[in-house]
Design a protein around this ligand. Sequence first.
Ligand code: RET
Length: 133
Amino acid sequence: PTSVCGTWDMISNVNFDGYMKALGISVHLRKIALRLKLKKVIEQQGDQYIVKTVSTFRNYTISFKIGHEFEEFTKGLDNRHIKSTVTWQGNKLTCEQTGEKKNRGWAHWVEGDKLHLELYCDGQICKQVFKKN
Ligand code: RET
């Protein structure tokens, strides 16, 4: 099984707008974000993971240890302070994000040569697929 580490290029993006609306992101920022071809750069250093969401417009980076809650500030997204915990659920690297928004989180997993990402908030599910760069 391939690891989630590496550089990945987005090949599909379903309901990103619904997810961003659920986060309360402005129509202006949503329009820009919808046009982006995102990259994920995922690195592991010891028990620390670093996940970078990279685009020509804006980047977003988080780092975490599995099972350790951390304070996440979603700077440049919905700009909220939340508490996040990442764990493995089978082959899925999953994150629960607690704060003002209900039922918020994401899951990353690899299937064949593709990285899958599901982002969810408040009943909206965005599905993104990336291919290995
Ligand atoms: C961009 C551009 C500006 C507007 C929005 C963005 C969304 C970023 C997201 C990042 C998710 C990162 C995850 C990391 C996991 O490890 C692209 C920064 C809304 C949704 C899930």
